[in-house]
Write a new protein. Sequence first.
Length: 253
Amino acid sequence: MTTNATTDGAPGARLLVRRHGAVLQLTLSNPALRNALHPDIYAAGLAAVTDAAADPTLGAIVLTGEGAHFCAGGNVNRLAANRQGPREVQRDSLECFHRWVQTMRRCPLPIVAAVEGSAAGAGFSLALASDLIVAAESAQFRMAYVKIGLSPDGGGSAFASRVLPRQLAAELLLTGAPLGGRRLQELGVVNRVVADGTALAEALALAQSLARGPRRAQGRIKTLLDAALTNPLQTQLDFERDHFLDSLFGPEA
């Protein structure tokens, strides 16, 4: 097991990177602000996931937050300050965040989010960008953008509209009201609800199990799942055929 930390340019905000054998743990760390994000954390997350995807000794990733909360989303004070500067500064920040989200989706490794406490705004988007979600009993998920006159980023609207009925996605985004882990489990969004304080341990155990699986096949499964959202049936069948043949005649089968 090795431990290192990638520190960003905001005091108190950093991404912690820790390895547990074949599982990489990424921890959003800014506990004084409920692990609020910062653009340099986006860059660190993008780099960490990119490196993990290229590391053949890794088999899964766990994304979590330090302490009592997963992630409160963006730093509202920083966003307010950005309103006084050039629009391009915030645009560049969002582009970096969105590259991180895209890299998570394209990463061949299964990514498990371990959620304690609050997952709000961009924090909720990051959880939804993961492949699996393990939530503590009292965890709360909300797209709170509308509360401060904003619309979602980080794929929040895309993921919510894909995993929830349209009316429920609209309620989530238009009201900013929270949903508990149990409710999201009933809706098929959260995979496991566990006792408070155990989400990380449960997510690591799940990730260790996934890491023992066939990496290439798992990567193909992730690709197929995302493609199925937009592909016509015949296109998806052709895609399945090609991936099946690649798997069957590959070293893992």
